[in-house]
Design a binder for this molecule. Structure first.
Ligand SMILES: [Zn+2]
Length: 359
């Protein structure tokens, strides 16, 4: 019998289990072994994720549902479809599936096990999940719910089946922290902020150097991801939170801008690739560190170019035009000083950006 899950409809910032304490279990064909001891369980998943794991489940679930949105109206319907007698919720999939399952587990007070099919996102080690309306988040982190998963199952044989750029996207979600440093360098050179404090950016720089230095050594002979690569990406994501820059001069504008892209276009893209692209745009606009960032992303095989992500010129322009307003929306927890707000990329500057991104 698993304990009832810890969670709440708010207050996760202080109460949820931190990423560094998450119980992550690794192994080859681990899902088979783990699922052999599961009580009657319900699966939240996507068609491709179920397909890639079905053979590895020791016994079939008592029910499953596909999910492709985090819209709360749909999560409510999903929660009410959990059959009586369910003793465990299992999330099998990417970030959207994992966050949707947290909602279901919180709503039903049934324990949750996460089985990521890609190591692409912080959703694997974050209990807090956003409130969504369509492709826009509503409210602030303090208003968002949280649910501690019982543990996480990383089955190498499952994750290796996914296209590798979906896994390396996890490194994009870490390397994107360059945006904060670029913003700080930019504002300090214009006397809009104190000089960059190297002690505050040291841990981010160290983690980036470690990733860029070590990740290529984990690859197989053909440059393919191995179990070692997958474990390295997952552990890097887990370590990231303790390395973030704590300074108002280094805003998380990469993530906020990416939210802006998805919200204004009302659709989603691969998160880690998207925030990496956002970071490149900010570093380019600040003229601080963009070459190094691109070299690091390419070394780590992160797909960040618009063509790789399926981002059109119009998708980007629409978001860049909306950015000043989007970054100044107190009701939804956004009041960031950012170059994208103070000096928007529009007109001829946008044309330059677009040709840079496609060069
Ligand atoms: Zn992220």
């Amino acid at each position: 019998m698993l304990d009832l899950p810890r969670g709440g409809w708010s207050g996760g910032q202080s109460d949820a289990t931190p990423a560094s304490k998450y119980d992550i279990r690794y192994g080859e064909n681990l899902l088979k072994e783990e699922s052999s001891v599961w009580p009657p369980y319900f699966v939240v998943t996507s068609p491709s994720s179920l397909e890639s794991t079905r053979h590895a489940l020791s016994s079939p679930p008592i029910g499953f549902k596909f999910i492709n949105t985090l819209d709360w109206t749909q999560l409510e319907t999903l929660s009410s479809s959990v059959p009586n007698g369910t003793k465990l919720i299992v999330a099998i999939g990417g970030g959207i599936v994992l966050d949707a399952a947290k909602y279901v587990a919180l709503k039903t007070s049934i324990p949750l096990i996460l089985v990521p099919t890609i190591v692409s996102t912080g959703a694997i080690i974050h209990s807090v999940f956003a409130k969504w309306k369509g492709f826009s988040t509503v409210g602030t982190v303090e208003d968002w719910p949280w649910l501690d998963a019982h543990h996480v199952v990383i089955d190498y044989s499952v994750i290796r089946k996914a296209p590798s750029h979906l896994n390396t996207a996890g490194l994009g979600d870490i390397l994107c922290s360059q945006a904060g440093i670029s913003e700080w360098e930019y504002s300090s050179k214009r006397n809009l902020s104190p000089p960059v404090d190297p002690s505050k950016t040291l841990s981010v720089r160290n983690q980036r150097n470690e990733i860029v230095g070590f990740f290529p050594n984990t690859l197989g002979a053909n440059g393919n991801l191995t179990s070692k690569s997958i474990k390295f990406i997952m552990e890097s994501i887990q370590k990231r939170d303790s390395n973030s820059i704590q300074s108002p001069y280094a805003p998380g504008s990469d993530h906020v801008f990416w939210q802006c892209v998805e919200s204004t276009n009302n659709r989603g893209w691969v998160h880690g690739g998207g925030v990496a692209l956002a970071s490149v745009i900010i570093a380019w606009h600040c003229e601080e560190g963009v070459e190094q960032l691109i070299s690091d992303l390419d070394t780590c095989q992160v797909f960040w170019r618009p063509t790789q992500l399926g981002i059109s010129e119009n998708h980007l322009l629409l978001a860049l035009k909306s950015a000043p307003q989007f970054f100044n929306d107190k009701n939804n927890g956004r009041e960031l000083k950012s170059i994208l707000r103070d000096s928007p990329i529009i007109g001829s500057r946008f044309k330059k950006l677009w040709s840079f991104l496609n060069s």
